[in-house]
Design a binder for this molecule. Structure first.
Ligand code: GLN
Length: 206
């Protein structure tokens, strides 16, 4: 089974480790460049994108990680991780460079303060087997995707028929080549589909 790192500088690391193990991967935590060099793929957890970027630089992971992404490392970013993988960030701080890789514009904290956190059932046909229902998604101070390039596959939008949430029709899950990103947190939703899909991407890339 593939060895998949979880960047363990900040955020909900344990939940991703558990979800990756349940999806059939061998999860390891990554805090140093030697650990990054040993993984087949990487998960960037939620947290605070500006803090994670500062820590990536402080731990001397920023340059090697950009290099591995450019060389085709499969990476899945959730929430803050989605922001880090975006080529363009609306609402970025002045010193926020990101890692980039996905041809999209994301807006930080897009769903607004009045709905800092919400849950919504999303239709995710590209991630589902026949007969599987919607994915119950947890959003926490989440970004949304404002624009995607032609090579980006949209995997989920809010506002599916019958959904009770907010922000109708906003793009909240995308894939661009070997990069996957969700605005929500499947590692705390109890639904294994996103992690299984990513493990499948990693196997296909091997
Ligand atoms: N609002 C955070 C950011 O801008 C992301 C929140 C999250 O990861 N749950 O980085």
């Amino acid at each position: 089974s593939p060895t998949i790192g979880v960047l363990a500088l900040q955020g909900d690391v344990r939940e991703h480790v558990a979800a990756l193990a349940a999806a059939g991967a061998r999860p390891v935590t990554v805090r140093r460049a030697t650990e990054l060099a040993a993984v087949d793929a990487l998960v960037l957890p939620g947290g605070e994108s500006t803090t994670i970027e500062k820590l990536l630089k402080a731990f001397e992971l920023y340059v090697p990680l950009r290099g591995r992404i450019a060389a085709g490392l499969p990476v899945y970013g959730s929430c803050a991780g989605m922001i880090l993988l975006a080529d363009r960030v609306a609402g970025a701080t002045a010193d926020q460079e990101g890692l980039g890789g996905i041809d999209m514009t994301v807006r930080r904290n897009a769903f607004g303060r009045q709905v800092d956190s919400f849950e919504e059932d999303l239709a995710v046909p590209a991630l589902s087997e026949a007969g599987e229902g919607p994915l119950h998604a947890v959003f926490i101070r989440a970004p949304w995707v404002e624009q995607v390039g032609a090579d980006v596959e949209v995997l989920a939008r809010t506002g599916a028929p019958g959904a009770s949430g907010t922000g109708d029709g906003k793009i909240v899950a995308v894939r661009h080549g070997r990069l996957l990103a969700t605005a929500f947190h499947p590692e705390i939703g109890g639904d294994g589909r996103v992690h299984r899909y990513f493990v499948g991407m990693v196997r296909d890339a091997a």
